[in-house]
Design a protein around this ligand. Structure first.
Ligand code: ISL
Ligand code: CA
Length: 549
């Protein structure tokens, strides 16, 4: 097994808009992150994944980039950025930026040129087509709108947007687009960043001729034509080329966000010798509770499904490496979704259990901001408090098709805004996030769930995360050891070992709300637990034990 800095560190994902506001405009900023660097260091963090901070009109909160080489004015300046980078590196924390190049903003200079005329030199930077039979060029749906095509009056042609109509897809077939992106990536590397998390990167290559998709159509007759644009052969070529042009000779992290990727495809992408990425974010776990109607049609999940997903990816990445996460800025809060919030005691205990279950696996942990406090979903009182474009579009579509009740329930369960409510720093007004009016509501439970209070409470989720991350940071076995699942068929307990050089860690998690008898397994002495008093052969609800021998 090759060693690498990104295999040994615990990462922390920052959604800057919601982290800390230092100038009272209600929007988090880079200075806010700089203020909290010691907080991150104390947590044991060795790397940051920073969501987009580039200049953007914020149709999709920075995932619609107007200028790849400037900082969003709400977040600060390039001077602030350099100060942030310096502050991180002074603490030996790496910085991984978001790279959003499947699409840009429609306000990017490339697109404002592109839409001017069919013979504009930038026309082929995007994907333009004539309509067909009085309608769109094909039947592709967008993730954020019924159709993936928008008719542009100026030239009478349609442009492709897999996301919102303010996020036109870049045309990767154009070598000029690719070399502009390479140059831009290289300039960020030269500035000192340590890697990129590449947004929906496996969707950049669309099948030649843009053939219709075959999937189930939405109410407007369009379909998410995943088989036409996800993990297509050319995508592998484009990434190889990008790596040759940007990564060669640099020790930087190449991390993919890769929806629609099976563990088999993951093996191919992540192979240490022949793959194209160091790490990826797969989606299986994030989709575990999707109902037949998708993400906002809430279903249920079982421990068996969870174990299968974990095991498949542990196996898929045996000759490579994987990522470990419960949540991100697109997902609900981990403890509300996978743990238990019926009482404070169980919220705290289950939040700790989830951390043990996930972050001692083989792979690189990514803690999402606020997760280390056990932050929960928010009871959004009504539709006007929703800020997320995906949620707003889902509600609009649901209204048109009479499914509003299910969808609203779905949003309360899994809406992206749960992850985006402000970080809860203290008991001060607005959780200490801002002195102004926050851009999105603060979860009222900040009075008890917040960093300041938890820092002073030995039993808090925050203190537990500090200990757990410290444990992982100090153990080669937990970083590099083999993964061995135990009690595979058990319906309540999630049990595995990490083994290296004669040292064995055994991790036992009760993922249910019941007392569960612990079968005979090799154990060792308990080095970490989330209950005050363990009963040797009984696992209390949501109990987690880490043993070593
Ligand atoms: O949130 C989702 C599913 O749970 C997806 O629809 C999501 O949009 C998809 O996973 C891609 O996500 C990334 O690209 C989007 C952006 O809105 C997300 O925030 C980003 O993580 C478009 O850039
Ligand atoms: Ca601000």
């Amino acid at each position: 097994m090759k060693q690498a800095w990104w295999k040994e560190r615990v990462f922390y994902q920052i959604y800057p808009r919601s982290f800390l506001d230092t100038n009272g405009d209600g929007i988090g900023d880079l200075r806010g992150i700089i203020e909290k660097l010691d907080y991150l260091k104390t947590l044991g963090i060795g790397g940051i994944w920073l969501c987009p901070v580039y200049d953007s009109p914020n149709d999709d909160n920075g995932y619609d980039i107007r200028d790849y080489e400037n900082i969003m004015s709400e977040f600060g300046t390039m001077t602030d950025f350099d100060a942030l980078l310096e502050g991180l590196h002074a603490r030996d924390i790496k910085l991984v930026m978001d790279l959003v190049v499947n699409h840009s903003s429609d306000e990017h200079a490339w697109f404002t040129e592109s839409r001017k005329a069919k013979d504009n030199p930038y026309r082929d930077y995007y994907i333009w087509r004539d309509g067909k039979d009085g309608g769109t060029p094909n039947n592709w749906a967008s993730f954020f709108a019924p159709s993936a095509w928008k008719l542009d009056e100026t030239t009478g042609q349609y442009y492709l947007h897999l996301f919102s109509e303010k996020q036109p897809d870049l045309n990767w077939e154009n070598p000029r687009v690719r070399s502009e992106i390479h140059a831009m990536v290289n300039r960020w590397f030269d500035r000192g960043v340590d890697g990129f998390r590449m947004d929906v990167i496996n969707c950049i290559a669309k099948d030649a001729g843009l053939p219709d998709g075959a999937g189930r159509p939405n109410a407007a007759g369009y379909t998410l034509a995943v088989e036409r644009f996800a993990n297509r052969p050319k995508f592998f070529d484009y990434i190889r080329e990008l790596k040759e042009n940007c990564y060669a000779g640099r020790d930087c992290l190449c991390l993919a966000e890769a929806p629609f990727t099976s563990p088999e495809e993951g093996t191919k992408m992540l192979d240490e010798d022949t793959g194209i990425f160091d790490l990826n974010f797969p989606f299986d776990l994030m989709e575990i509770d999707d109902g037949p109607g998708g993400k906002y049609d809430p279903g249920s999940w079982t421990l068996q499904q969870f174990k299968q997903i974990v095991s498949r990816w542990q196996v898929a990445t045996e000759h490579g490496w994987g990522s470990l996460f419960w949540s991100n800025h697109d997902q609900a809060r981990a403890v509300s979704r996978f743990g238990c919030t019926s009482s404070e005691e169980l919220r705290i205990r289950s939040a700790k259990m989830l951390a043990v279950a996930m972050y001692l696996l083989r792979g690189t942990p990514f803690v999402y901001q606020g997760e280390e406090l056990g932050m929960t979903n928010t009871r959004f009182p009504n539709e006007s408090t929703i800020r997320d474009i995906e949620g707003i579009n889902a509600l609009n579509e649901a209204r048109a098709t009479g499914r509003i009740e299910t969808t609203w329930k779905g949003i309360l369960h899994k809406g992206r805004d749960h992850a985006r409510t402000p970080m809860q720093w203290s008991t001060a007004p607005n959780a200490g996030f801002t002195t102004g009016e926050p851009w999105i509501m603060v979860n009222p439970n900040y009075v008890s769930i917040n960093a300041e209070t938890e820092q002073g409470d030995a039993n808090s989720v925050l203190k537990f995360y500090q200990t757990l991350i410290g444990l992982r940071n100090s153990s080669r076995t937990l970083q590099y050891g083999d993964y061995r699942p135990l009690l595979i068929e058990h319906e309540e307990l999630f049990v595995y070992q990490r083994v290296m050089n004669g040292e064995t860690y055994t991790i036992v998690c009760n993922m249910s709300g019941e007392n569960v008898a612990l079968p005979e397994i090799p154990m060792g002495s308990v080095i970490l637990s989330n209950v005050t008093q363990s009963i040797e052969r009984t696992m209390a609800p949501y109990e987690a034990r880490v043993m070593c021998c």
